[in-house]
Design a protein around this ligand. Structure first.
Ligand SMILES: [Zn+2]
Length: 301
């Protein structure tokens, strides 16, 4: 399995001199081998992926599977610019949960309605099939994709992908449950202790940890520093230490910081990466940590 990062930024695309290294395109990750093409999220990073796929497939038909975590703009906005959907004979199956009471397909129809975009979904020549998910696993060729709900405003999914040899998890846009419980759109801040959060809710984080147990690669939301997080509670994102804690507890082999804050310049990500790598070395924890950059490829042999 190969994992390629096409969009690593959270919230909004951030092109510019400060984001050259880690990239400004929003969420899009490819996991593929010779037979299987899985894409996670269609943020603006799906545009360069589309161009690359057309080069790679050189006129042969592309059949892919697109898994959406949720429908905030940074996760769907690139879809109308994904060139392979304009080629007849290509086919894509699109998976995701319902969003704010709307069916999966209607959300895609909505973002391509005439006031937002000149081409409607129905006019796209590729064959598009929509499958609405809950937590039932999905089989694609020899691969299995396990969805799970994560803690983010509205419904949002995370995924664990198994190709028979490797396990990779994509958990973007997730906030520790222990600080906040979301239920049917209501926010219930629950603290026994502002620093520790709710002991009762901590088990939800443990459940997610169990879901991630033993993954080769954990791609996890790392939008904030701990101090930033304290002012952004309920925004649905994690801080670096929490991503590390999840990876360590789940005994992941590699951790990838993902969904970089739009305000985060390259040099700060460099600094944080060195700091956390040193810290893990000092603690003698053999976890390999990366910060996702556009074009980064992890090859799992
Ligand atoms: Zn996001």
């Amino acid at each position: 399995m190969k994992i390629r990062f096409w969009g690593t930024r959270g919230s909004i695309a951030t092109p510019g001199q400060d984001t050259v290294k880690y990239g400004g395109n929003t969420s899009c990750v490819e996991m593929s081998d010779d037979d299987t093409l899985l894409i996670f999220d269609s943020g603006t990073g799906i545009r360069p992926l589309g161009m690359d796929l057309q080069k790679r497939f050189r006129g042969t038909k592309i059949h892919g599977h697109l898994f959406i975590t949720h429908f905030h703009l940074d996760h769907i906005q690139g879809f109308p610019f994904f060139m392979p959907v304009y080629v007849p004979g290509n086919s894509f199956t699109i998976y995701g949960c319902e969003g704010a009471g709307k069916k999966l397909e209607n959300i895609f129809v909505g973002q391509m309605s005439p006031e937002y975009f000149p081409v409607t979904l129905r006019e796209m020549p590729a064959e598009l099939k929509f499958i609405q998910l809950t937590t039932r696993p999905v089989t694609v060729n020899k691969w299995t994709v396990f969805p799970t709900y994560v803690n983010h405003p509205g419904l949002a999914l995370g995924y664990r992908v198994e190709d028979g040899r490797h396990k990779v998890a994509f958990i973007t846009d997730n906030e520790p449950f222990r600080y906040l419980l979301r239920q049917q759109g209501n926010l219930l801040p629950v603290y026994d202790d502002i620093e520790k959060g709710s002991i009762q809710l901590e088990r939800e984080d443990h459940n997610l940890c169990d879901f991630l147990r033993g993954v080769d690669v954990l791609i996890h939301d790392a939008q904030y520093t701990t101090d930033e997080y304290k002012t952004k509670l309920s925004w649905g994102h994690s801080f670096y230490e929490f991503a590390i804690e999840m990876a360590v507890q789940a005994q992941a082999k590699q951790l990838v910081f993902f969904h970089h804050d739009p305000m985060r310049p390259d040099r700060q990500i460099d600094e944080f990466l060195v700091k956390y790598q040193q810290n893990l070395q000092e603690r003698k924890i053999p976890l390999i940590v990366h910060a996702a950059w556009e074009g980064m490829t992890l090859d799992l042999p």
